[in-house]
Design a protein. Sequence first.
Lengths: 221, 92
Amino acid sequence: MYDVERITIEVVSAIACFILVRFMLKPFRLTGETRYLGLPLGFGFLGISYAFSALSFSSLFDFASTKWVQLFVRAFAFLFLAVTYYFSKSAEEPKLLWNMTLGILAAILTILILLAIISPQLLWPNYRLAQMFVRVFGLICLSYISIRALKSHMEQPEPTTLMIPLGYILLGIGQYSLLVWAVDQSIFAFFGALVLRLAGLAVFLFVSFRTFYDSEKRGNR
Amino acid sequence: MKTILRRDKLKIYGDLLSALYSDSSAEKVVLTQVQVKIKVPFDRLKTYITELVDLGLIKDEISLELTKKGTQYLREYERVLDFMKRMGLAYR
């Protein structure tokens, strides 16, 4: 039921995330600091997981064999974003620590994906429960990021710095709606979650385009 | 106690280009004023200026005028800094 609508929303979300990766790479490309790699990695993995979701709703794809991969990729997407915000608050030089964290996370994700492909029976047998845990984990990560982004806004209270916390909060409420849907199977909670996610991603796109293209149009130099 | 954060070279280059650009409307760029603005010792300021000339971001050490490449770099630098501020990420 509603498969076409679901696939459309998942595809649009995936495209939005892949467009965002282009913008999120800019801080890393300019500064060369690996701690800013968490942003493109986070949005990139989110995009991949949404693309997997779209394929899972279509009849073109055998979802059963790759559902674990989708679950891990989504969990790590939120983790990469949260870790980026965690390291950005540190006053010391976090380069070595961040590089080690990035390496360890990448290694764990690779091992989990390989396990999911080669021997899925070794993983947690209850997929639904694991999915629930990933949603709670995503909610925790997004709550942390929202608080960090809001704190940063309060340090420099400008209207321009308020949009991104709003984007993360919308993604967080979307994640919460998915939890509600898992409990009571309410179709409103499910589509509410998808719409909130789209709204959150739209906020990120708006801020990114506004920062990089609006200033170009103004031609301030 | 307020922590004084160490800036990396990229940030210093960006701050220096920004200071030179904002002073470019004046008749003559006064190095001591630039030094006060970006808070670096005078000898190191001279080194940074030489490096920026070598990188092709400043025309020469006398006029201290930004090249086209320098202006483009500064514009991209300010945009990315603005983006990071909006994202709630600090760049020191």
